[in-house]
Design a protein around this ligand. Structure first.
Ligand code: SF4
Length: 493
């Protein structure tokens, strides 16, 4: 693969506000690519987790950015949601001096076939293929017909490749052929089921086992259970081998790189030469030298030898902390609170205590801080440079689609009240920078949240766009408005 040492790679995932396993593969593939040193910067962003698709641009300095959707198909998300949220206007977008290349999603790459075969062999070792039905399972949706195409393409490739399976079929959760009909769709004594999903989220781990009859009820999330270790499952006179989602396969990192390589080849991209910026890192160094040593709930200690130590502010001076040594460990420290509950909102004041993170240099420090508080350093720098773009609440609500398309019908008073309520409930440490509209500031219960709230020795945590918690709360209010109107209408006549 060509060197991309001048460029940033951004991997986009779906994420989840409830399931900690949803974003894990995206982070792991990013870490794998980062360690190979092929790109100058590697970052992730998510639809339902932090950093979001507006914030992530503040995490990278590079003037050339490759974006690879860690999605399974070219469907609704890759064709509509991601280009809209990432402000893309085609395969290559020029904006604010940056060149942004939008690659195809991983799931449609031809090399996915290799991964599927490998996964099938791993889950059912020594089981003869000629006595095995391979079932590739997808979601199926009415939102976009392309969502099933990636799976049908893989089925066709494996069938035509004559890999020796008794049969290869596709099946879906929400459209025919249905997963729940697996016993009539297949004929071989062994059935290998591979979910064609990016992560072991709610569908692959909880819903599909129920549809297959392996479980009676939707069970606990992956991290609390072990269904993949119970193969084979004896059901309806057959042996079922159930695999983890294909997206958890470590070789998916290579498919991400393959998509970048294919983009360069297809669009004849010439890699530029010259010195890239290093502005975010420079700002971080400057702030540390100026005496800023806190961010959110974290204390940063600069050691005499130029290394750094991080810990919870409340653990200052303690010497019985569990010591970690890699920036990537921050991802796991920040993942759950003291009770083990998932923390989708990193700026909630629920960071675990009892750890210390020793980091070798400024690069590692910057990476760790982006795991603790995604994009915070970049946003603080952009604010200082008066380059930070915020998204008015009405713009955010107005661009929602699908089940959220009515959220912008809430009144201004309702918007102020729900912001005050939602941000107070989460106890989020960020300061809101966005207005209601381009000409109307946030007011009422939301106004206090727009005021500076960080200590003089701390780097600020900033909010440039309302988060998914606010959009969900707005949907609830919009729905109540609608139901109240319907009730009024019914009573009137
Ligand atoms: S909208 Fe409120 S809760 Fe959400 S990130 Fe911003 S400040 Fe925090």
């Amino acid at each position: 693969m060509n060197s991309h040492s001048h460029a940033a790679l951004i991997i986009v995932g779906h994420g989840s506000t409830t399931n900690p396993d949803s974003s894990s593969p995206t982070h792991l593939h990013a870490d794998s690519i980062r360690r190979r040193g092929l790109f100058r910067e590697v970052a992730c962003c998510f639809w339902k987790e932090e950093p979001n698709m507006r914030e992530v641009y503040e995490m990278v300095d590079s003037d050339v950015i490759y974006i690879v959707p860690n999605f399974i198909s070219e469907g609704y998300f890759c064709q509509q949601v991601l280009p809209r949220e990432l402000r893309l206007d085609g395969p290559t977008t020029q904006r604010d001096g940056k060149t942004i290349h939008y690659c195809d999603p991983v799931g449609i790459h031809p090399n996915m076939t290799r991964l599927l075969l490998q996964r099938a062999d791993e889950v059912a070792p020594h089981v003869p293929r000629e006595q095995t039905s391979l079932v590739i399972v997808g979601h199926g949706t009415s939102l976009n017909e392309n969502s099933t195409k990636a799976i049908q393409d893989q089925v066709a490739l494996i069938r035509s490749g004559h890999y020796g399976f008794a049969e290869v079929i596709d099946a879906y959760m929400e459209e025919a052929p249905f997963v729940k009909d697996w016993a009539t769709l297949t004929t071989a004594p062994n059935v290998v089921v591979v979910p064609f999903f990016i992560a072991d989220g709610l569908h692959s781990f909880q819903d599909i086992p129920v549809l297959l009859g392996m479980r009676e009820d939707v069970g606990a999330a992956l991290s609390e259970s072990g269904v993949f270790h119970q193969n084979p499952h004896q059901l309806q006179g057959r042996s079922i081998y159930y695999s983890g989602a294909i997206g958890t396969e470590p070789l998916m990192a290579d498919v991400i790189l393959d998509q970048v390589h294919d983009f360069d080849a297809k669009h004849q991209v010439q890699n530029p030469k010259g010195m890239p910026n290093d502005e975010v890192k420079s700002s971080l160094a400057y702030w540390l030298n100026s005496g800023l040593d806190e961010i959110g709930e974290i204390l940063i200690t600069t050691q005499p030898d130029g290394t750094y130590s991080l810990c919870h502010i409340a653990d200052r001076g303690k010497d019985d902390l569990q010591v970690h040594h890699e920036a990537h460990d921050a991802l796991f420290i920040a993942r759950s609170d003291a009770s083990g509950t998932f923390r989708p909102l990193h700026s909630a004041p629920t960071l675990n205590r009892g750890w210390r993170l020793d980091l070798a240099d400024l690069d590692e420090l910057r990476l760790a801080l982006d795991f603790f508080y995604p994009a915070a350093i970049g946003m603080a720098r952009a604010l200082e440079q008066e380059k930070l773009t915020t998204v008015p609440l009405r713009d955010l609500l107005g661009r929602q689609t699908g089940m959220y398309r009515f959220v912008n019908t809430i009144s201004d008073d309702q918007a102020h009240a729900l912001i005050g309520r939602t941000c107070a409930n989460t106890k989020c440490l960020r300061r809101i920078l966005w207005p209601l509209t381009a000409t109307q500031p946030m007011a009422g219960a939301a106004a206090p949240k727009t005021q500076p709230n960080h200590a003089p020795n701390a780097m600020p945590l900033l909010c440039i766009e309302a988060c998914t918690h606010v959009v969900s709360a707005a949907r609830k209010v919009a729905r109540e408005n609608y139901e109240a109107k319907e009730k009024e209408k019914a009573e009137a006549g």
